[in-house]
Structure formats: C-alpha cells, structure tokens
Design a binder for this molecule. Structure first.
Ligand SMILES: Cc1cc2nc3c(=O)[nH]c(=O)nc-3n(C[C@H](O)[C@H](O)[C@H](O)COP(=O)(O)O)c2cc1C
Length: 418
C-alpha cells in the first residue's frame, strides 16, 4: 500500500469540531497539565530516580544530525510502512500505556478509533480501563496486545486467550519490568497514581481535584472507575489499579526467557519482545524466535542510568540484521526524531507521552492532531533528505556520534579487563 499522508488539514482533523490547539509536543503537554490533577500528570511525566535517563532520552536525538541532499524533488512522498506483514499508513505506533481511562474517560476504545483513522498500529496495554472487546469493536487497523504476566499464570493465560479471541494481531511481551526504582519527583504532590487506588485516597486529593474540575466531573460521570477488567482475581473480582501498583512492587509481573515456551504454546501469532537495550539480548531474541523487538527503556521509568534507546539502536540493528523487525521508543517528541530512528535502521517507532498528553488534554482528536503534526515534519524532512519514502532512509541520511557505534563488551571481554 502506498499511502500519501497529507500535510496538516484543519478540516480533515476537526471533522466539524475545532482542531485541538496542538502544534507540537509542548502544546500537548500543556493541555494535559491544564486538565489533569497534578498527581496524574506526574504519573505520566515522571521517570525513575533523578530522571537523568528521562532527560537523556529526549536530548540524545539532538546528537544525531541529518545530511540533507540538495536539489532533489520527487513527485510524491510516502510515509507508509509494513509492520509484521501489515500495510500501515505510518511507521508510528501507539505505545502501550496502562490506565488510559483514568487520564481520559473515553479510554482505550477512543485510542483504537484514532489509530484506525490514522492507519496506525495500536498496542493496547493489558492494564486497560475498558474490556478488550470494547476496544476491538472500534479497531480499523491492527491492534497488538501488550502482556504483563501480572496476577500469575491463570490470569496471564486468560488474557492471552482473550486477546486471541478478540483478534489482536500480535503479542507484545514487556520483558523489562523486573523492578521499578520508583519515582521521586511526585512526592510533593502525593504518591504516583494514588488517585486510582480507591475512593478514600482519591478524596485525599481533593485540593487537586477541585482545581481540575473538568477532569473531576468526567471522572465522576464515568463512575469513578479504578478497575482493571482484564485481570480477574481468583475470588472472581476484577482487580483495581491499587492491585496493579502493588503487583509491580512485587517484581514478578513480566515474562522471563524461561516463560517463552509456555507463552508460545498458548499464543498463535507473532510475538514481540519489548524492552531490549543490549545487542546480546537482541541476538537472544532472534534465537528465541521472536518476530520483532522494541528497543526501549520503558519511558525511563525502571532504572535511572539505563542507556538511551536511540543510542544503542545502531549496535542492535547491526547485531540482528534482517533476522527480525526492530522498533524503538523513548524520547520521541517530533517527526524528525522518527526519521532519525528509521534512518538508523528501525522499521518503526512507538510514541508514549506524545500521544498520551494529547489524549489526556484533547481526547481522540488530540491524538490524531499530534500524529498529523509529526507527519508534517516527517514529510518536510524527507524532502530535505531527497528521499521519497521512509522506506528509503538509511545511515547515509544521518551522522551519528562516533561513540554510539562502539561495540558492546561481551561478558568475557568485560571480565578480562578487570
Ligand atoms: C503513563 C505510562 C504508562 C505506561 N504503561 C506501559 C505498559 O502498560 N506497558 C508497557 O510495556 N509500557 C508502558 N509504558 C512505556 C511505553 O510503552 C513506552 O515504552 C514509552 O512511553 C516510550 O517513551 P516516551 O513516553 O518517551 O515516548 C508506559 C509509559 C507511560 C508514560
């Protein structure tokens, strides 16, 4: 499929409504900050520890330079891509983020609607606020299912089966959440995501809630939901987000290499490993039979001091070649960042905070608008590079910092140095 993405069109995006006032990431962030109670905004914005990695995730894109070609004009420009055999209109996927219903009460079904209109892959988290069937009822483009092994084997199997029945096209296993160091910044505002724990904690946030009446009224109209319907506990009750937060503290919420035969035996379809930061893990993913990997440091929320995905991407792409598809996320804030990742060798990218802020602040039209803004810059960048399609991009389009290309030490050579 060859789909030309049009430059921003207010009429197309607005569909009768006014176009969200989003001309870039900063606008989306501003709208989210304006609408959300502080603790909820911080639960999106924050990273682990001192947030060194969080900042570096974004800044590292500035270390990659383009190498524009002069005086080349093409008759058309193409952003379409092919992801796990699906022809899609954009190489940008919607990354899995839990508890979307809390940020915007239309929740996951609205994100599926946005993705369908965009022709983009939507990776829905298993930690959703709506049942998967509601989300899939809106799906017009491929939906991938993001899995944690939360709640134990029986719950995980039920979630895999539900995703299979619902028609999800791939399973995205998050394999980097062995621990989360926790977030220091929001202490002043309260515990991260505590609003979603139960009504009593929500009430303790009253000062924040009254200053964000729009969100608060939406939340009340939606029945003040704290539940996570994909996770049904042994007593038959649906888990709450309090249960989710508690489970993450326990450190056994994501699959290990040893779990793969079990999961592979249950799921018929492609499997993606999310959370790769090392070339040797990427090779191991090839050997384990994964169809794709996501180079990711989980929004810089796990370990402060983790490498930045875009800086380890060249070594990982070189290590796996064409053996599987490589995607990357973390710190992507604009269309030119997407082009840089594709030029390094990623097949596609995922965005997290960029769409989540747009969604929290402006709903489903906001998500489409931020994609439109990204697409406009991608097209302009392609023109400057003399490229007609994102599929033509390669490393001759960019200059990488020299140190990004250095080989990772193997365990053996690292030992030899000591
Ligand atoms: C609020 C929030 C919730 C997230 N929830 C999940 C999740 O449920 N599963 C997962 O694999 N990653 C999750 N992530 C990580 C994203 O999938 C993605 O890797 C990350 O947001 C990309 O970085 P960016 O936000 O800088 O674009 C979450 C990130 C945020 C900010």
């Amino acid at each position: 499929m060859r789909t030309a993405i049009l430059t921003p069109s207010a009429r197309k995006m607005g569909q009768g409504r006014s176009v969200p006032a989003i001309n870039g990431f900063a606008d989306a962030e501003r709208l989210a900050r304006r609408r959300l109670p502080k603790a909820l905004f911080d639960s999106i914005a924050s990273g682990a520890g001192q947030e060194l990695t969080l900042r570096r995730n974004v800044e590292a894109f500035g270390d990659v330079e383009f190498r524009p070609r002069a005086a080349i004009r093409h008759s058309s420009y193409d952003l379409s891509s092919r992801i796990l055999g699906h022809d899609v209109a954009t190489p940008i996927m919607i990354a899995p983020t839990g508890s979307n219903r809390m940020f915007r009460q239309e929740g996951e079904p609205a994100l599926a609607t946005a993705a369908g209109k965009l022709g983009a892959v939507y990776v829905t988290s298993c930690l959703t606020g709506y049942p998967l069937a509601d989300t899939m009822a809106q799906a017009q483009a491929p939906v991938f299912f993001n899995l944690y092994t939360i709640g134990g084997r029986a719950v995980t199997e039920a979630m895999i089966d539900a995703a299979q029945r619902a028609g999800c096209e791939a399973l995205v296993l998050t394999m980097d959440m062995m621990a989360t160091h926790g977030v220091e910044k929001p202490q002043a505002a309260g515990d991260r995501s505590a609003i979603g724990r139960n009504l009593a904690t929500a009430l303790s946030y009253m000062p924040q809630l009254v200053t964000k009446l729009g969100w608060t009224l939406d939340f009340m109209r939606d029945g003040m939901r704290f539940d996570c319907p994909m996770w049904v506990k042994p007593d038959g009750k649906v888990a709450s987000f309090g249960d989710v937060i508690q489970a993450f503290g326990g450190g056994d919420t994501c699959a290990t290499w040893d779990d793969l035969p079990w999961i592979r035996g249950r799921w018929q379809g492609p499997i993606v490993m999310k959370g790769v930061l090392r070339a040797d893990d990427a090779r191991r993913a090839v050997d384990a039979g994964f169809d794709a990997i996501v180079v990711s440091n989980h929004a810089a929320r796990n370990v402060d001091g983790s490498p930045v995905p875009i800086s380890v991407l060249p070594g990982i792409v070189d290590a796996v070649g064409q053996d599987l598809e490589v995607y990357v996320d973390g710190g992507i804030r604009r269309g030119s960042d997407v082009i840089k990742a594709l030029a390094i060798g990623a097949r596609a990218v995922l965005i997290g905070r960029a769409y989540l802020y747009a969604f929290a602040g402006a709903g489903e039209p906001g998500v489409r608008r931020i994609f439109e803004v990204f697409h406009a810059e991608m097209l302009a960048t392609l023109r400057s590079l003399g490229r007609a399609s994102v599929r033509e991009l390669d490393r001759t389009d960019i200059a990488l910092p020299g140190r990004w290309r250095t080989e990772e030490p193997t365990s053996k050579s690292a030992k030899e140095r000591i």
